[in-house]
Write a protein that binds this ligand. Structure first.
Ligand code: FES
Length: 121
């Protein structure tokens, strides 16, 4: 099983292929934001990769990171557009606590939404 390491939270085994945003919530028990419900629209599910940043990227992630001027920020990725298929280490930089939001957002579906069209960064 892929290992997910979250800075200051610990290391967790994650079912292969699970969306990173859901692993942050379910396995790491992080109050990860996902305001748009995992549809690559809000960017609140962002994480910072310390190790294991995936090479591939969905077209939806690339588009929203480009529009928001975030595409060139090293290690910054959208956890709703990533599946846990290898070991990763991330910093959880977008959390409910301190955000002023009422909740983290609707629970994302188990599969990547919109349906993943894979590209690279
Ligand atoms: S972009 Fe909104 S939850 Fe990922």
């Amino acid at each position: 099983m892929p290992k997910l390491t979250v800075e200051e939270a610990g290391q967790f085994e994650v079912p292969p292929g699970k969306r990173l945003v859901l692993a942050l919530e379910d396995e790491a028990k992080i109050d990860q934001l996902h305001a748009c419900g995992g549809f690559a629209r809000c960017t609140t599910c962002r994480v910072e990769f310390i190790a294991g940043e995936p090479e591939r990227m969905t077209e939806a992630e690339k588009e929203v990171l480009t529009v928001r001027g975030l595409i060139d920020t090293p290690g910054l990725r959208l956890s709703c557009q990533i599946v846990c298929d290898h070991d990763m280490t991330v910093r959880a930089i977008s959390r409910l606590r301190g955000s002023g939001r009422a909740d983290a957002g609707a629970r994302p579906e188990n599969q990547i939404t919109p349906p993943a069209v894979w590209s690279t960064k």
